[in-house]
Design a protein. Structure first.
Length: 343
């Protein structure tokens, strides 16, 4: 009898121990998840587009496409250091690639100087706009590099300098870290008025993602200047951006040119049961014949269906460079509907 009682007591104790262990495991899991939530955040965007277009040759097409699929992670283990990793689906290769990966050091709320290193879009151009298609300024001059940057942020003022080893290599000599840039900006916001202004310099604009695939990478370096301003008051917004080479681009055996692009937008936001947006855009390029259109006129209407969920309709009309300038002199049209979800 005593032996049976002992076995029963041991069994009861074991069950209690197992239950306690499971409870502790559940508590540890919850504690771990809370710590992950405190230090790691995620974000992403999915964009699906349906559209019709007719090009400069008069050929038309229509399609439904997954235009964008991105997910990002930010880990902030201390108030002075964080890491960001953004992954992007490459529709041409049908694979996931690293879009950006950055280590950031500093805390501008306590000290104005900060630094970052990794792969990111250098601050040459702002590319703010409400178009479905990327602005021509962005298509031509966005520059993503593996770089190191030191920045300053104080009382609405932002400034920075950065260095990288770009794709261009003047004269085809040694491949070294000799590309650089600088930027300065100012931001002012209150209940009725928002103002943002930025200036940027880049030592080699041919390193931009939109030009490096089409132009001579061994030509002399061509410096560039970017200027942008946006103003919003009482629902009305105005955006202007101008990016230009400040040196002549002159590959061997070709005439010199000075590539440039500009973007202007007027928009109006209002609330009619749901947030609505209407915008008109006029943009263009110069000395970029055969790569981008000379001018683009676009009209956009958008509605925010829910938090993070938006629907846009865009009509754009492109005009090519004249035949005398090497273009077709023709016009092209496109209509696009975009459903986007950001989280």
């Amino acid at each position: 009898m005593k032996q049976r009682k002992l076995i029963a007591a041991l069994a009861a104790g074991l069950l209690c121990l197992v239950g306690t262990t499971e409870t502790m495991a559940d508590e540890n899991k919850e504690e771990l998840l809370d710590k992950v939530k405190d230090h790691i955040s995620t974000h992403g965007v999915i964009e699906v587009e349906a559209g019709w277009s007719e090009d400069f040759d008069g050929a038309s097409e229509s399609d439904i496409t997954l235009a964008t699929a991105e997910i990002g992670f930010e880990a902030k283990l201390t108030e002075w250091a964080s890491g960001t990793l953004n992954l992007e689906w490459d529709d041409e290769e049908d694979k996931i690639t690293v879009d950006e990966a950055v280590i950031s050091l500093g805390n501008t709320e306590k000290f104005p100087v900060s630094g970052q290193a990794g792969r990111f879009v250098v601050p040459f151009g702002v590319f703010e706009g409400n178009t479905v298609a990327d602005p021509l300024t962005m298509q031509a001059f966005e520059t993503k590099e593996d770089a190191v940057m030191v920045g300053l942020e104080f009382e609405g003022l932002q400034a920075g300098v950065y260095v990288f080893n770009g794709d261009t290599n003047e004269g085809g000599g040694d491949d070294t870290i000799e590309h650089f840039g600088a930027n300065i900006g100012y931001t002012f916001n209150n209940d009725t008025l928002d103002i943002n202004a930025h200036l940027g310099y880049l030592s080699s604009v041919i390193d931009s993602d939109g030009l490096s695939e089409s132009l001579d990478l061994s030509a002399d370096y061509v410096g560039g200047l970017a200027a942008q301003i946006s103003v919003k008051i009482a629902g009305v917004g105005l955006i202007g951006e101008y990016i230009t080479a400040i040196d002549d681009y002159q590959p061997i055996g070709s005439t010199s040119s000075k590539p440039k692009a500009y973007y202007t937008e007027a928009n109006y936001s209002l609330e009619l049961g749901l947030p609505l947006l209407f915008a008109l855009v006029y943009s263009g390029t110069d000395d970029l014949v055969g790569i981008f259109p000379e001018t683009r006129l676009a009209a956009i209407a958008g509605v925010e269906l829910a938090d993070g969920l938006g629907l846009k309709l865009e009509y754009s009309h492109d005009t090519d460079y004249d035949v005398a300038d090497g273009g077709t002199g023709e016009e092209a049209d496109a209509v696009t509907v975009q459903l986007a979800y950001e989280f």
